[in-house]
Design a protein. Structure first.
Length: 249
């Protein structure tokens, strides 16, 4: 940092120095959160692509489910959504539920809960970046206003006020605004970038859940057809034929 700027910071009023310290802490925290979230989202996106490829290539979803459960502590994203939905589907089957709508509703609820948890994990700390981006300029402006007030107040003891007398006070006050912008601009950029990446990843989760629900729907209808009593099937066929004959007439 330039020695002249450092001198202005050291000579600033205590209130302005506190404002500068707050802005410096906010800037460091915002950079830390931005780097951590960037790593988290990138890792989650890579794992999602890997699991989605593994899912559509799998011939037996039961084996895939047990592999996910074996690494449950480190699983995330699509793997967790799949495991929770499949687990609920099998649990309802074991309880004797055979109606397709009940099976699908239970699996969908389980996947929705898992999706919300994954969304909370991805969106965690993003509001902090938005807070820094929106509040840092105002905090810096407060420091600038306070510094300017302090500078003009000190002029009351000077008989002949010149630009050389006023300039140092105003300069040290303007540093607070500069620090506020320095903290806010990267935070806003990081927030917008991370929000877009998180929304895109959550959209991939939703598309995967819809595709998985289609598979479960086919399995649920097959199970319902196998467990349906024969008399009921015959009565439905008779009703369908009667309806067809009435239409032909």
């Amino acid at each position: 940092m330039d020695s002249g700027i450092l001198d202005l910071i050291l000579m600033a009023s205590p209130v302005v120095q506190i404002v500068m310290l707050i802005l410096a802490i906010m800037s460091i925290a915002a950079w830390t959160v931005a780097i951590a979230k960037s790593y988290q989202v990138r890792k989650s996106a890579d794992r999602a692509r890997h699991f989605e490829s593994e899912f559509w290539e799998a011939h037996d979803l039961t084996n895939l489910y047990y592999r996910v459960e074996a690494t449950r502590d480190s699983a995330e994203g699509m793997a967790v959504i799949f495991a929770d939905g499949f687990k609920e589907f099998m649990r309802l089957q074991k309880q004797g539920v055979t109606h397709s709508s009940d099976l699908l509703a239970g699996a969908q609820r389980a996947m929705k809960i898992a999706f919300n948890r994954q969304a909370d994990s991805l969106e965690n700390r993003l509001p902090f970046l938005a807070t820094v981006g929106s509040s840092a300029p105002y905090i810096g402006l407060f420091g600038t206003v306070w510094g300017v007030m302090h500078a003009f107040q000190s002029l009351g003891n000077v008989q002949n006020a010149t630009l050389a007398t006023v300039a140092p006070g105003i300069s040290e006050a303007l540093i607070a605004t500069a620090l506020g912008l320095f903290a806010a601009i990267p935070a806003v950029i990081a927030y917008n970038r991370m929000s877009a990446r998180v929304d895109r990843l959550l959209g991939d989760y939703e598309n995967f859940a819809e595709g998985f629900m289609s598979i479960l729907q086919r399995q649920a209808h097959l199970l319902e057809a196998k467990t349906k009593p024969k008399t009921e099937v015959k009565s439905e066929n008779v009703a369908q034929f009667a309806a067809a004959d009435s239409l032909n007439v």
